[in-house]
Design a protein around this ligand. Structure first.
Ligand code: ASP
Length: 290
């Protein structure tokens, strides 16, 4: 019998390089990939594996997501996240969320327990605080912004985190979580929690994007990648390259990770770097920044 096909990919954001040594980040990403790999080999579902991977990236404080997020212009932390199950196309998302340690756990809770798909702001808080989710009691003490450079509004730095996986039962899933663009306006929500823009999974492909969210929204980037496979019969790498070309054409910057149902992985970006890693059933494992 041949080995079951599985694959996992993660990212820690696309952007300019603000330092030369990313060894802490790459070490942590390697651990995340190793854990995800073991879970997939043990038969865990793609959606559980990507949720765990993204939670770990959020907790690490290495990226502009979860603990490493920066405050908005008003000094408040408003975070976005989404998760999507490719089998059922069920999804959950949160936007401009305040006061929870793991936005991806919140998104999964919305998927599982809310009649709605996307909750934002105070309504999201009201719904989620009744659930067993870890709260942030003291934001200025809890958050440790991964970037503390003086930054112009909307500037792109290594930020968002994401994960996509194919499990050994052929199920695909995608998750993305972010603190958003630096120094953003209160209430600004980017592509990350918008299903079809920054996050998408169906029976063909799972996609998680990173970059200047406004451009990814205007290109319906993640859903467009799937549509190219479905309607044009493009292969994964071509479809992803075309999506990124569209974003570049509009003047946008960023990257994405995607896995298809055959376990192929692509990770294109048009920035100087994108923190990224993947592993597959074939035994390959790679962690890269540049
Ligand atoms: N795409 C994210 C946003 O626009 C930012 C990022 O990926 O760095 O909120």
């Amino acid at each position: 019998m041949s080995d079951p096909v599985w694959a996992i990919a993660i990212h820690g954001g696309a952007g300019p390089a603000h330092k030369s040594d990313y060894s802490d980040e790459t070490k942590h990403m390697r651990n995340v990939i190793e854990d995800a790999k073991q879970a997939l080999i043990a038969g865990e579902s793609a959606i559980n594996v990507i949720q765990t991977a993204v939670r770990s990236l959020e907790e690490s404080g290495h990226h502009i997501a979860g603990r490493g997020s920066s405050p908005n212009k008003d000094g408040k932390w408003e975070l976005d996240a989404a998760i999507m199950d490719g089998v059922t196309r069920e999804a959950g998302a949160v936007g401009a969320l305040r006061g929870f340690k793991s936005p991806i756990d919140c998104a999964r809770t919305v998927l599982a327990e809310s009649p709605h798909l996307f909750l934002v702001g105070k309504g999201a808080t009201r719904f989620l605080k009744k659930r067993k989710l870890e709260r942030v009691q003291n934001p200025s003490r809890y958050y440790k912004p991964a970037i503390d450079l003086p930054i112009e509004t909307g500037a792109l730095q290594h930020g968002t985190v994401g994960a996509v996986a194919l499990d050994s039962d052929g199920r695909l899933a995608a998750a993305t979580s972010t603190g958003g663009l630096l120094n953003k306006q209160p209430g600004r929500i980017g592509d990350t929690p918008l299903i079809g823009a920054g996050t998408w999974a169906d029976e063909r492909v799972a996609v998680s994007c990173t970059g200047q969210g406004e451009y990814f929204i205007r290109c319906a980037a993640a859903a467009d990648l799937s549509a190219r496979i479905r309607y044009k019969k493009s292969d994964l790498t071509d479809a992803a390259a075309c999506v990124l070309e569209d974003i570049s054409y509009l003047g946008g910057q960023g990257g994405l990770i995607a896995i298809d149902r055959l376990g192929r992985v692509t990770m294109p970006f048009n920035t100087i770097s994108m923190k990224r890693a993947f592993a597959t059933w074939r035994g390959d494992l790679e962690v890269k920044v540049f």
